[in-house]
Ligand binder design. Structure first.
Ligand code: ADE
Length: 225
């Protein structure tokens, strides 16, 4: 799977993609993540990418030209399944969306800044708008990193133990059961006996009950769906 991320702050995305699972996925050749500096596509002398809003108001608006040049260039090289704009106006990212996206080939991700982007970019190029939650970030970059992480870890072969993504919280519509590791007794705080029993069917039953109970207490909305 290939991601092309368009941003005015490429440096902000260096670290998230250079560690852990995202790094491993790229080394294995399962994921390719390219970050494009929008400023390089500006036709202005000063390489500006924003301008004052028509109709007045505070804040600057990102102009269509650099986005259009960059998007058209990428589109001339391959076909994109989605051109996503990270925005608090979008549909809220969830595990189902991440699952759907993990089967795509090529995805472009646009990161906005300042007050926002010219509506014509959204009208002409964007196929999907995604938010990572009901709060406003300074730009779309951190949201793009969250999206890429959530999607890439679901691509088969990325996680060493593939079942570990299948048992994640949300993957089956439930939160995860509590986890324990050694020591079995830490200063009198003991691991539940069932987990030490070696009785796999009973352990699975316990985990399911715990997951349902945790979901009922913390996220009853998930059980209603
Ligand atoms: N850009 C700014 N805030 C955002 C959010 N909550 N989700 C996605 N992109 C954003």
């Amino acid at each position: 799977m290939r991601f092309d991320i368009i941003t005015v702050l490429p440096g902000l995305l260096d670290s998230p993609f250079a560690h852990s699972i995202l790094q491993r996925a790229q080394k294995k050749g399962i994921a390719e993540i390219y970050v494009h500096n929008l400023r390089e596509y500006s036709t202005h002398k000063q390489k500006s990418v924003d301008d004052y809003p028509y109709g007045g108001g505070s804040g600057m608006v990102m102009t269509i030209e650099p986005f259009a040049v960059c998007i058209e260039k990428l589109k001339s090289e391959r076909t994109y399944n989605e051109v996503i704009f990270m925005s608090p106006d979008g549909e809220t990212l969830n595990q189902q969306i991440a699952n759907q996206m993990s089967s795509l080939q090529n995805v472009m991700v646009l990161c906005g800044h300042y007050k926002g982007i010219d509506q014509r970019i959204r009208d002409l190029y964007v196929t999907r708008e995604i938010s990572i939650g009901d709060y406003v970030l300074s730009g779309g970059e951190l949201a793009a990193a969250v999206l890429v992480d959530a999607v890439v870890r679901l691509i088969p072969g990325v996680l060493s133990d593939e079942t570990s993504a299948l048992s994640d919280s949300f993957q089956d519509g439930l939160l995860d059961a509590p986890l324990y590791t050694r020591p079995a007794d830490w200063k009198g705080h003991r691991v539940p006996d069932i987990l030490l029993s070696g009785n796999t069917p009973e352990i699975e039953k316990w985990r399911f009950e715990q997951a349902v109970e945790r979901t009922r207490q913390r996220r009853p909305d998930l059980l209603e769906e």
